[in-house]
Each structure stands twice: as structure tokens, then as C-alpha cells.
Design a protein around this ligand. Structure first.
Ligand code: NSP
Length: 232
């Protein structure tokens, strides 16, 4: 069994919980409240900025030019490809990409992204890839599953999102990361593999928290947001 398959098989219940999350199903069936989607997109834009930096740390830790090039392609795909989707939605919601970029990061966004950055900064390239892998694979799987729901691809608001995450471009970018994980794992022993499994489980759990955040619009308490002008 490939190491990437072993990672998912070892945490199957947690893994599937993301697919059946009400927020995800709401996108697929077109029943999600647009306001929740907008809040999620803003936080996801901020998330992707940090996520691109995690991949960039991988470039620094890579030991060959071909891996560096692959990771650099991933950084470019996130910043220019995936985030273009969010910029297009910003326009549809009547705000600018800069409004998205200048939004306040919610506690979940900070916790998830800074966890990945800490593991990436302190660990090896394998740690970097284990941290980003649930994000990559789960969106590709979710995109494909939602695309199979009749009419989902034509939904006026959610169709673009589903088309992006079920696209060949996204799948190609994810496959490069999966293949890299499998190559890196070949040389690793038990304890090192266990650490990768722990990181993979943690970021899979964070994926669930991120869907929860969107579904419940979880932000800092309003009184703290109102007091923001006191500190900036
Ligand atoms: C939280 C999250 N996880 C994963 C993806 C897919 N890159 C995303 N856009 N946002």
C-alpha cells in the first residue's frame, strides 16, 4: 500500500467526517446560506496565503531541483490559480480582493495555519508535505464527490467552486504532492512515519474545524472585534 493511502486508511472515520460535513453537503446540494459561504471564502483566502508559505518552506528544504520546481509550481497554482476563484467571488459579493486580504483572521484560521507553519519550520520536507496533504487530497475528493451530485456544477453560486475543485488542473496539482509524499516516505522508518501520521491526523482535524467555522460563522467575540481600533 502506498504511504499516502495508508495515511488515509488509518484515520478513515475522521477523514470521512469532512466529506459529510453539513457545510460541504450544503455546497453540493446548493442549500448553504450565501453569507456563510462568503465568510468561509474570506477566511479561506487568508488561509491560502499562509498555505502557500508552507509550500514555500518546502522549496527551501528540498534537496533537488526537480522537487523545488514542483513545489514552486504548487505555490504558483495556489496564488494564481486557486486564489483567482476567491477573487472572482469577492467581485460577485461586491467587495475587492483587497477587502478579503485585509480581513481579520479568525481564531481557527490562525490555529490551523500557524500549526502547519510551525511543523514546516521545525521539521523536514516530509513534515511539510504531511501537513499540507489532507488539505490537498480532501478538496480533490470532495470536489469530485460534489460534482457527481446532479445539477451541482450548474449551481449559480456554488458551481464555480465545485468546478474548480473537481478540475483536472486541481487534480494534477494534488497528485504532484501525493507522489512527493510517497517518494519521501520510502526512506523513512517507523518513528518518523508515526510523526507524519500525527501531523496528517492533526491537519485533517483542522479541516473539520475549518468547515465548522464556516458553518457556524465562528469569529472572535463581537466585543473584541468592536475594540479593534484601540490596538491598531
Ligand atoms: C481550509 C482549506 N483546506 C484546503 C484547501 C484546498 N487547497 C483550501 N482552499 N482551504
Amino acid at each position: 500500500m502506498k504511504f499516502s493511502d495508508e495515511l488515509i486508511a488509518g484515520i478513515n472515520k475522521t477523514w470521512r467526517a469532512n466529506h459529510s460535513h453539513p457545510f460541504v453537503q450544503g455546497i453540493g446540494h446548493g442549500t448553504l446560506e450565501p453569507g456563510k459561504f462568503k465568510y468561509y471564502l474570506i477566511q479561506d483566502y487568508l488561509y491560502l496565503i499562509q498555505y502557500a508559505k508552507v509550500y514555500a518552506l518546502g522549496i527551501q528544504k528540498a534537496s533537488d531541483l526537480s522537487t523545488m520546481t514542483e513545489l514552486s509550481n504548487s505555490v504558483n497554482y495556489i496564488l494564481a490559480g486557486e486564489m483567482a476563484l476567491h477573487r472572482q467571488y469577492a467581485e460577485r459579493f461586491g467587495v475587492t480582493a483587497q477587502d478579503f486580504e485585509e480581513a481579520i483572521e479568525a481564531p481557527t484560521t490562525i490555529a490551523y495555519t500557524r500549526y502547519m507553519l510551525a511543523e514546516a519550520q521545525n521539521g523536514s520536507l516530509a513534515h511539510v508535505i504531511a501537513a499540507v496533504l489532507p488539505c490537498a487530497i480532501s478538496y480533490a475528493e470532495i470536489g469530485a464527490e460534489l460534482a457527481a451530485i446532479p445539477g451541482s456544477l450548474e449551481h449559480p453560486l456554488y458551481g464555480d467552486w465545485i468546478r474548480t475543485y473537481s478540475s483536472d488542473d486541481f487534480a494534477k496539482s494534488v497528485q504532484a504532492t501525493v507522489d512527493l509524499m510517497d517518494r519521501l516516505a520510502i526512506d523513512l522508518q517507523g518513528v518518523e512515519r508515526d510523526k507524519l501520521k500525527e501531523i496528517f491526523l492533526t491537519t485533517t482535524r483542522f479541516e473539520y474545524l475549518f468547515w465548522d467555522m464556516g458553518n457556524d460563522v465562528v469569529d472572535w467575540p463581537q466585543n473584541l472585534l468592536d475594540a479593534v481600533t484601540e490596538t491598531v
